[in-house]
Write a protein that binds this ligand. Structure first.
Ligand SMILES: N[C@@H](CCC(=O)N[C@@H](CS)C(=O)NCC(=O)O)C(=O)O
Length: 217
C-alpha cells in the first residue's frame, strides 16, 4: 500500500472530506498535524498555505476536490463516483456548485459576523440586510437538500459517494455544534444560521447521522 501523508489543522472541513474518502476506500493515512498559526511546513511542502495537502511517494496534491479525484484515480475500488458516465458528470456538477456557489452565503456571513462577534447591533444597515439575504439563501438550500433526499439515502443517489464526501463536513454543523475550541466563524454560521433537526428537515438530519457513522481514515 502506498504511503499517504496528509497535512491537516484541527476542525478542518476540507480535511474531513479526505478522511471520509480514505475511510470509504479503507486507506491508511498518516496525518501530519500542523499548527494553524505556523504554516511553514505546509508552505515548504506545497508552495501555499492551505490544508489539506496530500503527500505521496511521487506527488504533492493541494485542494480537497483535486485530492479526492487523485485518490479515486489511484484507488478506484470501492468507487466514490457513479459508474455511469452521465451520473458521474452530474455528481461533478453538484460538487462544483457546492464548492463555488453554495459556500458563498456562509462565507460572506462569516466575513460580516465574525468581526463583530455575531452581535448584529454592531452591523451597518447594509451589512444587516446582507446578513438577512444570505441567511435566506443558506436556509433555502437546506430545503433543496431535504427534497433531494426524498427517496435516495445519499445526495448522489442510493450509494454513498463523492456528493456526500463533499457536502457532509459542512452540512453536519447544521446539527452538531462546533467544538468549544473551534473559533472558526464559518462553522459558527453553519451551526447558528444553517441549523436544522429531525423536526424541520428529517431526511437531511438522518443523512447527517448516516454519514457521521461512516469510517474515517
Ligand atoms: N479549496 C481548498 C480550501 C482549503 C482551505 O480553505 N483550507 C482551510 C482549512 S478547511 C485552511 O487551511 N484555511 C487557512 C486558515 O485557516 O488559516 C480545499 O478545498 O482544500
Amino acid at each position: 500500500m502506498a504511503d499517504l501523508r496528509v497535512l491537516r489543522v484541527p476542525y478542518s472541513t476540507n480535511v474531513d472530506r479526505v478522511a471520509l474518502a480514505a475511510g470509504h476506500k479503507g486507506l491508511q493515512v498518516t496525518w501530519v498535524d500542523v499548527d494553524p498559526d505556523d504554516r511553514r511546513v505546509v508552505r515548504e511542502a506545497s508552495g501555499q498555505d492551505l490544508v489539506p495537502v496530500l503527500l505521496s511517494d511521487d506527488d504533492v496534491v493541494v485542494d480537497s476536490p483535486r485530492i479526492l479525484a487523485w485518490i479515486e484515480a489511484r484507488f478506484p475500488t470501492p468507487s466514490l463516483w457513479p459508474s455511469d458516465p452521465g451520473d458521474a458528470a452530474l455528481a461533478d456538477v453538484f460538487c462544483h456548485r457546492f464548492n463555488e456557489v453554495w459556500k458563498g452565503p456562509p462565507n460572506r456571513l462569516g466575513g460580516l459576523l465574525g468581526p463583530v462577534d455575531f452581535v448584529r447591533d454592531r452591523l451597518s444597515g447594509s451589512e444587516a440586510r446582507a446578513v438577512d439575504d444570505d441567511t435566506v439563501r443558506l436556509r433555502r438550500w437546506l430545503d433543496r437538500f431535504e427534497e433531494r433526499l426524498d427517496g435516495p439515502d445519499h445526495l448522489g443517489g442510493d450509494a454513498f459517494g463523492i456528493c456526500d464526501v463533499t457536502a457532509h463536513p459542512f452540512l453536519r454543523f447544521g446539527v452538531h455544534a462546533p467544538d468549544p475550541a473551534d473559533e472558526d466563524p464559518f462553522h459558527r454560521v453553519l451551526h447558528e444560521l444553517g441549523s436544522f433537526d429531525a423536526a424541520s428537515h428529517p431526511r437531511l438530519a438522518a443523512w447527517v447521522e448516516r454519514v457521521d457513522a461512516r469510517p474515517r481514515a
